[in-house]
Ligand binder design. Structure first.
Ligand SMILES: Cc1cc2nc3c(=O)[nH]c(=O)nc-3n(C[C@H](O)[C@H](O)[C@H](O)COP(=O)(O)OP(=O)(O)OC[C@H]3O[C@@H](n4cnc5c(N)ncnc54)[C@H](O)[C@@H]3O)c2cc1C
Length: 377
C-alpha cells in the first residue's frame, strides 16, 4: 500500500505500525500516523481506551443499598492544564466540540482544616462527562482518519484498527518485521498472533515497555532509570453533601496529597457526592501490600484530619491500586527510539508526568517515525 498526494502521485509506501497501549500517548500517536495514511493497529490490554485517564463504574451492592444506582469515579488523572501552545490548541478544539470543560474547583491548599489559595494560576480542564471522553474522541478520530487515509479515498481503504483485551507479550522480530503476540484476556487464549508490522510503538509505562523489548535491545538500558511510583486511590460516595468549600485540595502535612469532590466537576452527578483521595507515592509504596481494609481505614482517618471533620458513613467506598501511576523523574527526550530495529517508545514519563506530557510524547513518537520513514524512502 502507498500514500498518495491529493493530486494522486505516490509519495511513499504506507507503513504497517503496531501501537501497544491505547492511553493518551498511544492514541495521539495513532491519530497522527493514521492522518498521514499509515496502516495503524492498536493493541490494548483493557476493554476500553484511556489507561490512566479512565473512569470506573462502581455498583454499591452491599446491605440495604442493593438496588442503588451505579456511581462513576474519575479515579486516575484528575484534571489537566495546557502549558504549550500546541496542547493549548488541541484543548481549544476539544472545548469547541464539547469533549472537555473547564473545572472551576474551587481549588485550595489544605492544612488540617485551614484552606489557603494554592500557588499558581493554572486553568484546569476535565473530560466530560468523564475524563475518558478525551481518549474516546481520539479513538473515533483515528478510526475515521484511517478509513479515508488523510482525506484521499483512493489511497487505501484500510481502517485503523484496535484490538481490546490484548495483553501483548514480549516482542518477536522475524525476518520481514515485528510479530505481535498477545494473550486474549477475554477468551483466555494465550499467544494469539497478529500480522507483521514494519514498526512497533510501545506507548506504555517504562517498566512494562522494558518487559516487552527483546533481551538484546539497547533501549532496555536507556529507559531503565525512568520509574513510576504507585498510587493507592480511594473512592468514597456519600448520600449527603459534605458541604466543603472546595472542589479540589492539595493537602499539606498529611499522607494524602490530593482530595477532590468528583461531583464538583462539570457534567457529573451531584448525588451521591463522590470523593477521590490520593495519598503520596511514597506512602502508597510503603502500604502497597497492606489489606484494603487497613488502607481504607488509614486514608479515611487522614481525610478526617485534613478537613477537620468527622465523616458520616459513606454509602460506598473502594480502593483502586494504580501500580505505575506517576513518573518519579521523567526524561526530557519526548520519546525513545531504536531506528534500526524500528521500535519507538512513548508515554508521559518520556516528557512530563502529566496528561500534557503523554500527548506531547505521542506526537513526538509519530513525528520521529515519519521523519525516519521519509529518510528511508
Ligand atoms: C492516580 C493518578 C492521578 C493523576 N493525576 C493527574 C492529574 O491530575 N493531572 C495530570 O495531568 N496527570 C495526572 N496523572 C497522570 C496522567 O494520567 C498520565 O500522565 C497519562 O494518562 C499517561 O498516559 P500514557 O498514554 O502515557 O499512559 P497510560 O495511560 O498508562 O497508557 C498505557 C496503556 O497501555 C495499556 N497496556 C499496558 N500493558 C499492556 C500490554 N502488555 N499490552 C497492551 N496494552 C497494555 C494500559 O492498559 C494503558 O491503557 C495521574 C495519574 C494517576 C494514575
Amino acid at each position: 500500500m502507498s500514500i498518495e498526494s491529493e493530486a494522486g502521485t505516490t509519495l511513499r509506501r504506507a507503513e504497517r505500525v503496531a501501537i501497544i497501549g491505547a492511553g493518551l500517548a498511544g492514541l495521539t500517536c495513532a491519530r497522527e500516523l493514521s492522518l498521514q495514511g499509515h496502516d495503524v493497529h492498536l493493541f490494548e490490554k483493557r476493554e476500553t481506551v484511556s489507561g490512566r485517564m479512565a473512569r470506573i463504574r462502581m455498583q454499591p451492592d452491599q446491605g440495604a443499598n442493593q438496588t442503588a444506582e451505579a456511581v462513576w469515579f474519575d479515579h486516575g488523572a484528575q484534571y489537566f492544564t495546557a502549558r504549550s501552545a500546541e496542547f493549548a490548541q488541541q484543548v481549544r478544539d476539544w472545548k469547541n466540540r464539547g469533549v472537555v470543560q473547564q473545572w472551576c474547583g474551587p481549588f485550595v491548599s489544605l492544612t488540617n482544616g485551614v484552606c489557603e489559595p494554592p500557588p499558581g494560576s493554572d486553568v484546569r480542564h476535565v473530560g466530560v462527562p468523564g475524563m475518558d471522553a478525551i481518549c474516546s474522541d481520539l479513538l473515533q478520530q483515528t478510526c475515521k482518519a484511517g478509513s479515508c487515509k488523510a482525506g484521499n479515498p483512493n489511497a487505501g481503504n484500510q481502517a485503523a484498527r484496535i484490538t481490546f483485551c490484548a495483553n501483548v507479550l514480549p516482542l518477536q522480530r522475524v525476518e520481514q518485521g515485528w510479530q505481535i503476540r498477545y494473550e486474549n484476556i477475554r477468551s483466555g487464549v494465550t499467544a494469539q498472533l497478529e500480522g507483521l508490522f514494519d514498526w512497533v510503538v510501545l506507548a506504555l509505562p517504562s517498566p512494562i515497555a522494558q518487559s516487552l523489548l527483546p533481551g538484546d535491545s539497547p533501549l532496555i538500558r536507556q529507559i531503565a532509570p525512568f520509574k513510576l511510583g504507585p498510587c493507592l486511590a480511594v473512592m468514597m460516595a456519600f448520600d449527603h453533601s459534605l458541604s466543603l468549600s472546595f472542589g479540589g485540595a492539595f493537602v499539606q502535612d498529611s499522607l494524602l496529597r490530593w482530595i477532590s469532590n468528583n461531583s464538583s466537576m462539570p457534567q457529573r452527578k451531584k448525588t451521591p457526592e463522590c470523593w477521590i483521595l490520593h495519598p503520596s507515592s511514597e506512602w502508597s509504596a510503603e502500604h502497597w501490600n497492606a489489606s484494603d481494609a487497613a488502607v481504607l481505614g488509614q486514608i479515611r482517618a487522614a481525610f478526617e484530619k485534613a478537613i477537620a471533620m468527622v465523616l458520616p458513613e459513606p454509602r460506598y467506598q473502594a480502593l483502586f491500586r494504580w501500580e505505575n501511576a506517576l513518573p518519579l523523574q521523567p526524561a526530557a527526550s519526548g520519546c525513545f527510539s531504536d531506528l534500526q530495529q524500528r521500535v519507538i517508545i512513548a508515554g508521559d514519563w518520556c516528557t512530563d508526568a502529566r496528561v500534557e506530557g503523554a500527548y506531547q510524547s505521542g506526537l513526538q513518537a509519530a513525528r520521529r517515525l515519519s521523519e525516519e520513514m521519509l529518510k528511508q524512502s
